[in-house]
Ligand binder design. Structure first.
Ligand SMILES: [Zn+2]
Length: 459
């Protein structure tokens, strides 16, 4: 943990920043960035090399070259600032072992894996300060908006039972956070549970009927699928609140979940690399927590894009995490900064987010019915196959799926294809889609004409 960063200090600084207004936030941001850059240069060989032409004193993030996920992951051991951490050790000592989900690595680090929108898997390490900032920011900035007073009353009356609708089976941030909380207390362990969206839908429905969740959180595409099950009467749950994250949610989708499940739906915009990036206000806007996170909307050439214009991608900086510095990190999301201040009066800038679409793929079953597959579930199945570097899956017909596959240089492409095919067939069968024919394309995964890298879609 770095100096002056205990929980009380973090809470006090976070509270004060909100009161201090835009100028105070700007000063805090600049001081924290300068400190982080100085630390990264000292403790991370990767940043020392990347910043060798950069002046000693940093007053503006644009003095620093951006960092891409692919390069950072290729130099993982030089990127992290604790020499005890290597990618090989993380994989062999933690990530390969599902029984260690949510366990602190070396007693102090939370580790998660992610794919994100650029389709390149990453391994993320957060130190204590990083997680403390997340919990402090949520408690302070979302104290009135994440859960409303009436909802707290309803949850207290009926009991808190949180169901995480995420992809299980891997060390993904949603699973890691839930399991970490469960390990800390037997009481929490009974009240929070992961319901993996990779499991067959009838099993998921039966377990949710037994658990009777009062809060749902996770992928909105999974919530939509559950709304369908509630309509047919298979699912019978009465949640108080649904917290959607990981994918974007359309107005239509939100209305559908609210009407069928009978609860309010709220959204979060964050990412495993920058886990408290924004907080939603009472007006429904996403405010960047810019005292802890920098957000720079940029074009293809990483040049700044003005407010009111949708960016090509976004560079984010996590000012809280020292063990694995994310500084001007290309997150891949298209965003837009709002021109006008938010009516709520918050000094934090408002951001609008485009994309991370989670449109379900519809396939025909062997007996001619229709079954849907969640894109994020499909992504997980392919990505968790050893040897897969990047891929795209395209639904090319009611019973056909085409996969573009890029393997790691040390992997045997034929063997990787065979295991992807086998795992996909197994997964599709659990979803009732036994008849789907999986084909591999000759071409490698590539961005679409707008430059956006999509992972799963319907042609
Ligand atoms: Zn606002």
């Amino acid at each position: 943990m770095h100096a002056g960063s205990g929980p009380i200090r973090i809470a006090w600084d976070t509270w004060r920043a909100e009161r201090g207004g835009g100028a105070a936030i700007g000063r805090l941001q600049q001081a924290r960035l300068a400190e982080l850059v100085e630390f990264a240069r000292r403790a991370s060989p990767y940043y020392r090399r990347l910043y060798r032409e950069v002046p000693d004193t940093i007053t503006d993030p644009r003095q620093l070259p951006p960092a891409a996920k692919r390069e950072l992951m290729e130099h993982f051991d030089e990127w992290v600032t604790d020499p005890h951490i290597t990618l090989a050790k993380l994989k062999s000592e933690l990530l390969s072992d599902p029984s260690k989900l949510g366990l602190l690595y070396r007693g102090k680090y939370l580790v998660a894996t992610t794919s994100g929108t650029t389709g390149e898997p990453a391994v993320l390490v957060h130190d204590r300060t990083s997680w403390m900032v997340v919990s402090v920011v949520v408690r302070i900035r979302e104290r009135r908006t994440l859960i409303r007073a009436g909802e707290i009353v309803a949850i207290l009356r009926r009991g808190l039972r949180g169901a995480a609708l995420v992809a299980g089976g891997g060390h993904f941030a949603g699973v890691v956070m839930t399991e970490y909380a469960r390990r800390r207390s037997p009481l929490i362990a009974r009240r929070l549970r992961v319901f993996s969206v990779l499991r067959p839908l009838p099993e998921l429905v039966a377990e949710l009927n037994g658990f009777k969740p009062t809060v749902l959180y996770g992928y909105p595409s999974a919530m939509l699928q559950l709304a369908g099950e509630q309509k047919t009467g298979h699912l019978r749950i009465r949640p108080v609140l649904a917290i959607s994250s990981g994918e974007s949610l359309s107005d239509h989708g939100r209305a559908e979940i609210e009407a069928v499940l009978g609860c309010r739906v709220t959204e979060r915009y964050l990412s495993s690399e920058v886990p408290a990036l924004t907080s939603r206000c009472r007006e429904g806007s996403f405010h960047v927590n810019s005292d802890w996170f920098l957000v720079e909307p940029v074009d293809q050439n990483h040049q700044p894009v003005p407010a009111g214009v949708t960016s090509h991608t976004v560079l984010v900086t996590n000012l809280a995490n020292r063990v694995q510095p994310f500084i001007r990190y290309d997150l891949g999301d298209r965003i837009e900064m709002a021109v006008d201040p938010c009516p709520c009066g918050s000094p934090f800038p408002v951001v609008r987010v485009e994309g991370r679409a989670g449109e379900a793929l519809a396939f025909q079953t062997a007996d001619g019915r229709e079954a849907t597959v969640l894109p994020l579930a499909l992504v997980t199945v392919v990505e968790e196959t050893a040897g897969v570097r990047r891929f795209q899956a395209i639904r090319t017909g009611p019973s056909s799926l085409t996969v573009r596959l890029e393997t790691w240089p040390d992997a045997d492409p034929d063997a990787v294809r065979a295991s992807v095919r086998e795992r996909l067939a197994g997964f599709l069968a659990t979803q009732g889609c036994d008849a789907v024919d999986v084909q591999f394309a000759e071409e490698l995964p590539r961005p679409d004409r707008s430059g956006k890298f999509r992972q799963v879609w319907s042609a």
